[in-house]
Write a protein that binds this ligand. Structure first.
Ligand SMILES: [Ca+2]
Ligand SMILES: [Ca+2]
Length: 503
């Protein structure tokens, strides 16, 4: 086991606002994996994980082959807000394809591109919402984003440049407009009735997260359906073998079209067994872990080099990290974990933001220690600063360039698959403070012009403030811009094996 000292690493990168409060080394295993014991040896884990392992250990599966993901830099892209090719004001696949060279031109000699290794596409399917997290047809492309041929060309052009493409897989629930739900809601004898979760009587459960107060049982035609998030997003019944088979089919449909991985939305909430208040049964259930073990085994069987990235949104404390650890599952029969191959590191994100804001590395180091103690050996982490559901980092840090540079430097020296949120590399802020989610998802400013080089028409939503200064064209020209700092950090991350692999 080699040792990597964060306090030695950071000054080398000239991080101006971080003051290390401790010089304690962060032990990592030789391949930069978290966990101090040998691969294959199961470390401390929550009881739900150990119980789940018994079943997983019985069936040795196909191994993951996604070594590419370790140290990869992946760019979260909202198609609607990235680039519009036809002037209707909504970003689309042809627009995104035209901008691929900005992300990675596939030529290692050039320094004009960001140099990312992958893209995470937020939902791309037909949906009644602008964001698409309520899918109305899992095997089609949102017509506002283009055609299936446009999508396939995007993936093929990305692959030509060495960019992998991960897509959002919204599996916990469908849209209330999905034909399955429209049928299910007609009555108890409907063909798709059992594809959703029904109760003849109302129940007083609430949303299963900290501070969750919203109701989750909603009346429709004299019965009550379960929806963890919103009435418009009814939960699928993943206990139903037909639903399980159908969602595997959906995953296979996209993996066979070149998709390199799935980002699974709401992955803690798949199968509910009782009220959260009384039984903790609306999240992290044994049944949910068993589901991911089965699903993971299926994905490995059809595309072993794919990744499964979980949105397990947990609290920043050590207990939250223990929950993330449990979603890797067992590493005994499957190296890297027999459930989700990684989870977004929400606890670390909170510590990164807090640490950079306060100029203190201690909370970050403490979290890295939690991970070392709790993660199974040999797994890959998925660190990030912020995503589409969180205030943008530039907003949190009040646009402070020194702190933004520090945040980027810490992020891009962490081991794991590193996720950037589009516009983060520019210092893009939210459209309005404390405003609605759309303000976290504003159009990408390519230039300082009225339509920002995003569209020739009228953008579907307003730009974030100051886009005449904060845009790709002007930052590309400025040697000292945040954009150029990101490019330098990504290039360094790729060139230095110790940064890429953490050892
Ligand atoms: Ca368009
Ligand atoms: Ca569910």
């Amino acid at each position: 086991m080699r040792r990597l000292s964060l306090s030695r690493l950071l000054p080398w990168l000239v991080v101006p606002t971080i003051a290390c409060s401790t010089s304690a080394p962060i032990p990592l295993t030789s391949a930069g994996h978290f966990g101090a014991s040998a691969p294959g040896k199961v470390r401390r884990a929550p009881c739900c994980m150990r119980a789940g392992m018994l079943q997983g250990e019985a069936s040795a599966g196909v191994q993951w082959q996604h070594e590419w993901a370790r140290g990869a830099v992946i760019y979260q892209l909202f198609v609607r807000s990235f680039s519009d090719s036809d002037g209707d004001g909504h970003g689309d696949f042809n627009g995104a394809t035209a901008k691929l060279d900005y992300l990675n031109d596939g030529n290692t000699e050039t320094t004009t591109d960001l140099g990312v290794d992958g893209i995470w596409l937020m939902p791309i399917h037909p949906s009644p919402s602008y964001h698409g997290y309520d899918v109305a047809n899992y095997e089609a492309i949102n017509p506002q984003y283009g055609t299936m041929a446009d999508f396939e060309r995007f993936v093929s052009e990305a692959h030509k440049r060495g960019i992998r493409v991960i897509m959002d897989f919204v599996i916990n629930h469908t849209s209330a407009q999905h034909p399955w739900f429209l049928d299910a809601a007609t009555g108890p004898k409907a063909r798709y009735r059992d594809w959703y979760v029904w109760s003849a009587t109302p129940r007083d459960w609430v949303q299963p997260w900290e501070g969750g107060k919203g109701p989750v049982w909603h009346e429709r035609n004299g019965a009550y359906f379960y929806a963890a998030f919103l009435r418009e997003m009814p939960d699928l019944n993943h206990r139903n073998p037909e639903v399980r088979a159908r969602m595997r089919e959906v995953a296979g449909f996209w993996l066979s079209r070149g998709i390199d991985g799935l980002r699974v939305d709401g992955s803690r909430y798949l199968i509910e067994t009782g009220s959260n208040a009384e039984h903790g049964g609306q999240r992290d259930t044994l049944e949910t872990h068993a589901y991911w073990r089965d699903f993971s085994s299926y994905v490995r069987s059809v595309k072993p080099d794919a990744v499964l990235v979980g949105e397990n949104w947990v609290q920043p404390e050590r207990a939250g990290t223990a929950i993330l650890a449990s979603y890797y599952g067992s590493t005994t029969s499957v190296a890297g974990g027999d459930q989700l191959s990684m989870s977004f590191n929400f606890p670390l994100s909170a510590r990164l933001l807090g640490g950079v804001k306060d100029g203190a590395a201690g909370p970050i180091i403490d979290k890295l220690k939690d991970m070392r103690d709790l993660y199974p050996a040999g797994v890959t982490d998925a660190p990030f600063l912020a995503n589409h559901d969180m205030p943008r980092i530039a907003t949190v840090l009040g646009g402070d360039r020194r702190r933004l540079r520090a945040a980027a430097a810490v992020l891009l020296t962490l081991p794991g698959s590193i996720y950037l949120y589009y516009g983060e590399e520019l210092g893009l802020q939210d459209g309005a403070p404390d405003a609605e989610d759309r303000d976290k998802r504003t159009p990408m400013p390519w230039t300082g012009g009225t339509t920002g080089g995003f569209t020739t028409g009228s953008p579907w939503y307003g730009f974030s403030p100051d886009h005449r200064r904060i845009n790709v064209a002007s930052e590309a020209r400025d040697r000292r811009s945040l954009h150029n700092w990101y490019k330098t950090l990504i290039a360094t991350h790729k060139a230095v094996r110790a940064l890429r692999e953490g050892s």
